[in-house]
Write a protein that binds this ligand. Structure first.
Ligand SMILES: CC(=O)CC(=O)SCCNC(=O)CCNC(=O)[C@H](O)C(C)(C)COP(=O)(O)OP(=O)(O)OC[C@H]1O[C@@H](n2cnc3c(N)ncnc32)[C@H](O)[C@@H]1OP(=O)(O)O
Ligand SMILES: NC(=O)C1=CN([C@@H]2O[C@H](COP(=O)(O)OP(=O)(O)OC[C@H]3O[C@@H](n4cnc5c(N)ncnc54)[C@H](OP(=O)(O)O)[C@@H]3O)[C@@H](O)[C@H]2O)C=CC1
Length: 278
C-alpha cells in the first residue's frame, strides 16, 4: 500500500512510523524542511526505543527506509490512502483537501486525523465525499491502541471497510462512530481537561495536586493538566471551540485561562512551557 501522511508533527510522525512498521511504503509531507527533519528525528528516537525493548519486527533502519519525506503535494498522486495531520484549523484543512482532491488518483482514499472538525465538511471540500473518512489516532501513536474511525455523511461502506482493515494491519483497534462535534473521544475527554484548567484558574488546587488527585484517585495514567500539555494547549482550545460552537451549549465554554495561555504562546510540551516547564 502507498500510504501518505500530511504533516510531520507529533501525530503525523507517529502515524508515518506505525505505517512503516506495518510494511507500508510511506510518504510524509510538511511545509518546511526543518519540520521534516524534526519529524524524522522523533521517529528515529521512537524506533530506537521500541527496538531496545524488542518490540520491533524489523531493524529500525529497515523501517525508516520505508519512509520518504517531501515538501511537494504533487508526490501523492499515486497514494492509496492519505492521512492528514496538520494544524487543527478547519479553513486550513479544507484548503489542503481541495488541493489534494485534484492530485490523488480517483481511487485513493483521503482521511483526516482531526480531533474534532466535522468530517462531512472536509469531505465536501475534497470533492470525493464517498472516499473520505476520519481516521483518528491517539497520542503517542506508537503506544496507543485506539483508532477512532469516523464516517462522514456520505462515506461509503467500502471506504469504511478499507480504513478499518488498514488500522488493523497497523496493529491498532479501530472503533466506529458517527460525525458529531468532538466524535466520542474528545467530546468526553476534553471537557474534563477544560474543567481541570478551570480548577487552576479558580484556585481550587495547585496543578500538581489536581494531577495527583486524578492519577491516584481515578487511576488515570496522566493527570489532566499533564495530558493537556502533552496534547498541546492550542489543540485543546481548538477542540473546545468546535464543541462549544457545534453543540451550542455553554457547558463546553473554553476556560478563559486556557485561552489566555494560548494567547501567551504557552502551548505545553511542544513550546517548552504550559502548566509545567519542559
Ligand atoms: C487530542 C486527541 O485528539 C486524542 C488524543 O490523542 S488524547 C490523548 C490520548 N493519550 C493519552 O491519554 C495518554 C495517556 N498516557 C498514557 O497512556 C501513558 O502515560 C503513556 C502510554 C503515554 C506512557 O506510559 P507510562 O506507563 O506512563 O510509562 P512511561 O514510563 O512514561 O513510558 C513508557 C515507555 O514508553 C516510552 N515511550 C513514550 N513515548 C514513546 C514513543 N512515542 N515511542 C516509543 N516509546 C515511547 C517511554 O520512553 C518509556 O520508556 P522506558 O520504559 O524505557 O522509560
Ligand atoms: N496532539 C494530540 O494529542 C492529537 C492531535 N490530533 C490532531 O492531529 C493534528 C495534528 O496535531 P499535532 O501533530 O499535535 O500538531 P503539531 O503542531 O505537532 O503538528 C502539525 C504539523 O503540521 C504542519 N502544518 C501546519 N500547517 C500545514 C499545512 N498547511 N500544510 C502542511 N503541514 C502543515 C505543522 O507545521 P507548523 O509547525 O508550521 O505549524 C506541523 O509540522 C490536529 O488536527 C490535531 O487535532 C489528533 C489526535 C491527538
Amino acid at each position: 500500500m502507498n500510504f501518505g501522511v500530511i504533516g510531520a508533527g507529533q501525530m503525523g510522525g507517529g502515524i508515518a512510523q506505525v505505517a512503516a512498521q506495518s510494511g507500508f511504503d510511506v510518504l510524509v509531507q510538511d511545509v518546511q524542511q526543518a519540520f521534516l527533519d524534526r519529524g524524522r528525528a522523533t521517529i528515529e528516537k521512537s524506533l530506537a526505543k521500541l527496538h531496545e525493548k524488542g518490540r520491533l519486527a524489523d531493524a529500525p533502519d529497515v523501517v525508516l527506509g520505508r519512509i520518504r519525506f517531501t515538501m511537494e503535494l504533487q508526490d501523492f498522486a499515486d497514494s492509496d490512502l492519505v492521512v492528514e495531520a496538520i494544524v487543527e484549523n478547519e479553513a486550513v484543512k479544507a484548503e489542503l483537501f481541495r488541493t489534494l482532491g485534484g492530485i490523488v488518483k480517483p481511487s485513493g482514499i483521503l482521511a483526516s486525523n482531526t480531533s474534532s472538525i466535522p468530517i462531512t465538511a472536509l469531505a465536501s471540500a475534497s470533492g470525493r465525499p464517498e472516499r473520505f473518512i476520519g481516521m483518528h489516532f491517539m497520542n503517542p501513536v506508537p503506544l496507543m491502541q485506539l483508532v477512532e474511525v469516523i464516517r462522514g455523511y456520505q462515506t461509503s461502506d467500502e471506504t469504511a471497510r478499507i480504513v478499518t482493515e488498514t488500522a488493523e494491519q497497523m496493529g491498532k483497534t479501530p472503533l466506529p462512530c458517527n460525525d458529531f462535534p468532538g466524535f466520542v473521544s474528545n467530546r468526553i475527554l476534553m471537557p474534563m481537561l477544560n474543567e481541570a484548567i478551570q480548577c487552576v484558574m479558580e484556585g481550587v488546587a495547585e496543578p500538581e495536586a489536581i494531577d495527583g488527585i486524578m492519577k491516584l484517585g481515578m487511576n488515570h495514567p496522566m493527570g489532566p493538566l499533564t495530558l493537556a500539555d502533552f496534547i498541546g494547549l492550542d489543540t485543546c482550545l481548538s477542540i473546545m471551540e468546535v464543541l462549544h460552537r457545534g453543540l451550542g451549549d455553554d457547558k463546553y465554554r473554553p476556560s478563559p485561562l486556557l485561552r489566555k495561555m494560548v494567547q501567551a504562546g504557552l502551548l505545553g510540551r511542544k513550546s517548552g512551557q504550559g502548566f509545567y516547564t519542559y
